[in-house]
Every structure is written in C-alpha cells, then in structure tokens.
Design a protein around this ligand. Sequence first.
Ligand code: GLP
Length: 245
Amino acid sequence: MRLIRAKDYQDASRKVANIISAQVILKPDCVLGLATGSSPLGAYSQLIQWCEKGDVDFSKTKTVNLDEYVGLAADHDQSYAYFMHHNFFAHINIDPNNTNLPNGTEADAAKECSRYDKVIRDLGGVDLQLLGIGANGHIGFNEPADAFSTGTNRVDLTASTIDANSRFFENKDLVPHQAYTMGMMAIMQAERIVMIATGANKAQAVYDAFCGPVTPQVPASILQLHPDFALVADEAALSLVGDKL
Ligand code: GLP
C-alpha cells in the first residue's frame, strides 16, 4: 500500500480529487466506484470546480456507488442516491444514465444483489474505487464479521454505525437498520483503490486496518492485500500509526 500524507481535510480532499481527475483524463470512459459519507465531500466539490472550469470532463464516465440504505427511495433526502445527486452528479457533466446505485426500495435482497453484481460485471469492473472508512473499520457497509463478504449483500448495520450515521437524520429511530453494499470482491477487484481518512475519530480504525492483521473483524484490513491501494490521510487520522507505515 502507498501512504499519502496530507496536512488536513482540505489538503486530503485535493489530493484525492487529483487522483480521480487524473483517472478520468487518462480514461474518459472509466468506471469510478464512488462513496458517500462526509469524507469524500471535499473531493467532490473540488472536482465540481474543475469540471466547471473545463479541466475535467465526465461526459463518458460511468459510476457505481458502494451502498444504499434498505427502505429509502432515491428521492428520500437521506438516501445515498439523493446524496450523490445533490453533492456531485447534478453539478458535473455526467450522464445520469451512467450512474448506478443499489436500489434501496427493492425488498427482494437476492434479486437486488444479483442485479447490482451484474451491473458491475457488465461495466467490466471498477477502474478506480474511492473509499471512506467507518470508525469500526467498515468499508461501504461491510461491517465487522466472521468472514469477508463476496458479492453485493444486504447487511444489518451495527449499533455503532447506526449511532455514527444518526447525525444525518432527525433522530436515531429514523436510521435504517439495513443496507445494500457492494461486496469485498467487487471492491478488491477494482484496478486501483484510494481511501480518504481524516480526523482523530478515524485514528483507531486506520491503525487497526493497516498496522494489524488482515481480519474480517476490521473489514478495511483486506486492503493491505490490494496491489494498487493508496491511503490519503491527515495527521489526525495517522496519530496512532506514527511512522509504522
Ligand atoms: C458510511 C458509509 C461509508 C463511509 C462511512 C464513513 O457508513 N457507508 O461508505 O465510509 O460512513 O463516513 P464518514 O465519511 O462520514 O465518516
């Protein structure tokens, strides 16, 4: 793995945006794997600015998002479809038909998971996957478990994830308890992966994921095995890692 040290969130966001724009410039019809959460927001707004200036062109780019809450429709203001539209897609020149997310309103999990796996397969897999990290080491919504997931799956969110994500909802009772998430296999099959981790509340997860053993109890630890993985992290997120990486 490659560690890219950043001063702070803004610096990390710019570094991640540079990696994404380089990917799109080198291969305009690439497949970007995208993430939600607060971590990628700065990179998205930087990319929006560059797109407005004409420096990066998303007209041929395709996207697959990592995850979606079960039960939330695309027009629900806490759905990840809504998040992506409002924070990124609506402000860049991407064709909405080229953007993909799991469908949170599909009640038949087997059907939705195989549909989404086929979407990813038909696109030829992911060229560059962007990731954040949950405070418990989750990626996408792949929570700590006894085994690594393979394909897209419907997961029960852990109490700590429900807690962490409740800050976006009016109250904790409104946070869905399940989500569809891309599986570890599709994530690990991406040609390149970049993770953004910033802030002191990610320090333990970053330490456990990259200074400890590869274990499904810390899902992000599997990234240690990826041949082209870069971690972009600020000083606060690296405070426990020190010079171990
Ligand atoms: C959510 C998302 C993850 C994200 C994580 C961290 O649970 N499913 O993809 O990485 O939260 O979020 P944040 O970036 O807001 O800390």
